[in-house]
Design a binder for this molecule. Structure first.
Ligand SMILES: Nc1nc2c(c(=O)[nH]1)N[C@H]1C(S)=C(S)[C@@H](COP(=O)(O)OP(=O)(O)OC[C@H]3O[C@@H](n4cnc5c(=O)[nH]c(N)nc54)[C@H](O)[C@@H]3O)O[C@H]1N2
Ligand SMILES: Nc1nc2c(c(=O)[nH]1)N[C@H]1C(S)=C(S)[C@@H](COP(=O)(O)OP(=O)(O)OC[C@H]3O[C@@H](n4cnc5c(=O)[nH]c(N)nc54)[C@H](O)[C@@H]3O)O[C@H]1N2
Ligand SMILES: [Mo]
Length: 739
């Protein structure tokens, strides 16, 4: 049976169960259509000509999960004490249904109790006014917030006087943004969907699992393959979408049955990518496969990089990558045989100590080959959350640029602070030091998504007031704050009616296309409010000294968009252009004009030192990743159909020879212990699964394994937690030890 059909069946079953037949049909008819809503799952772009069903299994699940007809409100919270809710799994909490009314937990309260919106807003405003300094407040954002909500949210923080705007991006593509800004002058990808499907000769997929996380990408890859294009995949795991390729959109997979998507698969060791890229670039220079004209006209720094490549040692590369000389030579052949190359990457590259150098080395490679500013070539960091890129464009960032702040100040007559704010890791450290008194989250699940779960939960609980704007109940809501509020918001799929009528919002996808999203379903209750409305209502009470007209923005989102047009570059005639059916593409100088807006105006070759991680003997390098049946901390089910695991997510995948050597059997329960300078962290009773990952490597699921990720272990320059490079050892689980 084709994976595609199983997948569609699984998604439809969930949709039916959550929404019923009529609502399911209506919801799924609207996903990713020009007049419908943007899929709340990943940030993969929509084609200009859309299919009737322009969504994947996971998109359908995400919609069903949001559009469920189950709700939680007063009676649910009366029945379940907070202590009781803390004992439940994240999956159970979210399964209870949509949050249907604002809830409040008073200081010392055992239960959440209903609160009116008016009281909730004035409580928030009062607590904000009482802060000794605006920097005692933190405003977290998850990447599902619309452009309009994100713009208002950062305006609120800055009008109050803080840049404490950590977001999920700090844990996601921050390393990509940092590396690309340094080298090509812009932190965004330089390719379009058509570049992959219609123009590229070769797509290299590094550290990304599209079959699970960006299934609609497979459609573009399928077009590439039909044209004779080639695919190289580099991954420590033989992921289903990459190896035994099946397009979930079709019953028969790519070009008939059984065809492999990947022409060359390199089973690299975890964190071996920088070594591989350095060696690739060394061999390209050796073979004379350099676009000399491009390099001369647009770049600087090649000679220093060349010297560095020449010094790369073959032994070190072999150890770090686990690949043979022959495998690497095949890779170089693929590259030399292709004129137009796109490199796609995601979390497999961004969550390591050396992530920024690794991504800079990808840019070195693309520069060597002149692969910028021509169709079918370029850099493609594949984004995660459906609007994470847009949120950054709207100014959700703890280190905003001066230009942005100056235009924000001019437009609204405020004086934004210039001091950088806290990112995610700095927020947790500040909480630890008792410096965060107020924590607000626009979506997301801070407690579960961040590293070092035990520590994070402990310090989150000490914040005076935690305010959660959310659609579904999650772990953060039951562990955060001495006092807390849950403010239920509309989701993507919900109708949004304000004083001026039906509203739409806008989002930006992974390829910088800005387009509309219009919810079409009946909201879960009359007491649920939109994110812009919630933020504006707080703003009106919390910033009385400004001239900002919050009410006008909340009642008509066109007004917010007019402000965005004046503050954010690239949004000329925003309200008109976004009404065109496919929206519009934001300017991207390297892609559009081979213009590299770096300080010198030239794209930068960089020298990236190889400092392989030292993994002590008897230890493994563990990566944490997603299964097919989850969206980040939202777990839909316990099975990972693609990796053949059923009924549990508490597993650790290990090479069978490593298991043997450590005297463990496939299926045995073990403790996974991570080791760091500040001590050990433990995950107990995990099932060891023999799995084809290279020797010395291991894998476990996010967010269950986050307890193992040390807070202090972050990437150089981007401060992203190293969730894909955790040093661990396995121990016999206590039950077995006792025998
Ligand atoms: N269904 C679904 N879709 C999603 C999400 C979801 O949870 N579920 N999450 C969304 C979000 S926010 C994001 S950021 C993206 C994430 O999309 P991905 O980055 O694809 O997500 P991960 O599961 O973290 O997978 C990382 C991949 O990198 C590989 N890898 C790990 N370490 C290394 C390494 O050192 N080198 C190399 N070359 N590969 C490595 C892993 O084996 C895995 O295949 O997906 C988005 N889409
Ligand atoms: N160990 C490890 N840790 C990781 C990662 C990893 O690979 N390994 N990946 C990291 C990455 S890439 C990311 S992006 C982060 C994700 O971190 P987050 O973005 O914080 O987490 P999510 O699980 O996406 O958030 C889910 C919650 O968002 C709320 N929500 C959903 N839709 C809406 C909406 O429309 N509005 C509002 N207000 N709320 C909504 C729901 O209440 C739901 O419970 O995790 C990071 N953490
Ligand atoms: Mo992400």
């Amino acid at each position: 049976m084709a994976a595609g059909v199983t997948g569609v069946r699984a998604a439809l079953a969930l949709a039916w169960q959550q929404m019923g037949a009529a609502r399911s049909l209506r919801a799924l008819r609207l996903v990713n259509q020009a007049d419908g809503f943007d899929c709340p799952s990943c940030a993969w772009p929509d084609p200009d000509k859309r299919h009737h069903a322009e969504f994947c299994e996971n998109g359908a699940k995400a919609v069903a999960w949001e559009a469920t007809q189950e709700t939680v409100g007063e009676s649910f919270f009366a029945q379940h004490s907070i202590e009781n809710l803390r004992l439940q799994s994240g999956h159970w909490l979210e399964s209870q249904g949509r949050l249907a009314e604002p809830m409040h937990r008073a200081v010392g309260g055992t239960h959440y109790r209903p609160i009116s919106w008016v009281e909730a807003f004035s409580l928030v405003a009062q607590r904000l006014r009482e802060l000794a300094s605006p920097d005692d407040a933190v405003f977290y954002t998850s990447g599902r917030a619309s452009n309009e909500a994100a713009f208002l949210y950062q305006l609120l923080a800055r009008a109050l006087g803080t840049n404490n705007l950590p977001d999920c991006s700090n844990m996601c593509h921050e390393s990509s943004g940092v590396a690309m800004t340094q080298t090509i002058g812009i932190g965004k990808g330089t390719v379009s969907l058509a570049d992959i499907s219609d123009h590229a000769d070769l797509v290299i997929i590094m550290g990304q699992n599209p079959g699970t996380n960006h299934p609609r990408m497979l459609t573009a890859l399928e077009s590439l393959k039909r044209r004779g294009g080639r695919v190289v995949a580099i991954n420590p795991l033989p992921e289903a979408g990459l190896k035994r390729f099946k397009n979930p959109q079709r019953a028969r997979g790519v070009i008939g049955n059984g065809t492999e998507l990947t022409d060359l698969f390199l089973p690299i060791r975890v964190n071996g990518d920088l070594a591989l890229l350095l060696e690739l670039n060394r061999r390209l220079v050796q073979r004379g496969a350099v676009d000399v004209e491009f390099v001369d006209e647009y770049t600087e720094g090649l000679s220093a990089a060349k010297r560095h490549w020449q010094a790369v040692s073959a032994d070190v590369v072999g150890d770090a990558t686990g690949l043979s000389d022959e495998q690497i030579e095949l890779f170089v052949d693929e590259v030399v045989g292709a004129e137009r190359v796109i490199v796609c990457w995601a979390m497999g590259l961004t969550q390591h100590r050396n992530s920024v150098p690794t991504i800079r080395e990808i840019i070195n490679f693309l520069l060597l080959r002149g692969n910028f500013g021509v169709p079918g070539a370029g850099a493609c960091p594949v984004r995660g959350h459906s609007n994470v890129q847009g949120d950054r464009t709207m100014g959700i960032c703890e280190r905003p640029g001066e230009e942005f702040l100056a235009s924000l100040d001019m437009r609204f007559g405020i004086s934004s602070p210039r001091e950088p704010g806290f990112d995610v890791v700095e927020t947790i450290e500040a909480m630890q030091a008792g410096r965060v008194r107020f924590f607000m989250a626009l979506g997301g699940n801070f407690a579960a998504a961040t590293p070092d779960t035990a520590l994070t939960e402990e310090v989150l609980a000490k914040v005076d007031l935690a305010v959660h704007v959310a659609t579904k109940l999650n772990r953060s809501h039951v562990v955060a704050g001495v006092e807390s509020l849950i403010l239920p918001s509309l989701g993507r799929s919900d109708r949004d009616d304000q004083a001026s009528g039906r509203q739409f919002v806008t989002v930006e996808d992974s390829m910088s296309v800005v387009h509309r999203s219009t919810g079409g379903l009946k909201p879960p209750s009359d007491l649920v409010r939109s994110e812009p409305d919630i933020i504006a209502s707080i703003g009106a009470l919390a910033c009385p000294d400004t001239q900002i007209n919050w009410a006008e923005m909340a009642s008509d989102y066109n007004v917010i968009r007019d402000h965005i047009e004046m503050v954010v570059p690239g949004f000329r005639e925003f309200n008109d252009r976004v009404r065109e059916s496919n929206g519009f593409v934001l300017p991207n100088p390297p892609r559009d004009d081979r213009d590299f807006p770096t300080e010198s105006g030239f794209a930068q070759f960089t020298v990236n030192e190889l400092q392989p991680l030292v993994v002590p003997s008897g230890h493994l390098l563990l990566q944490t990743m997603r299964s097919h049946d989850q969206f980040n901390t939202t777990v839909y089910g316990m099975d990972d159909r693609y990796r053949g695991v059923r009924g549990t997510r508490e597993v650790v995948f290990v090479n069978p020879d490593d298991l043997d050597e450590m005297n463990f059997r496939d299926g045995e329960r073990v403790d996974v212990v991570s080791v760091a300078d500040d001590g050990e962290r433990r995950m107990s009773g995990v099932v060891a699964v023999a799995y084809p990952t290279p020797r010395g490597c291991a894998a476990a699921y996010f967010p269950e394994a986050n307890v193992l990720v040390p807070l202090q272990s972050t990437a150089l320059e981007s401060n992203t937690p190293t969730s894909k490079s955790v040093i661990v050892r396995l121990e016999a689980a206590p039950l077995i030890r006792a025998k």
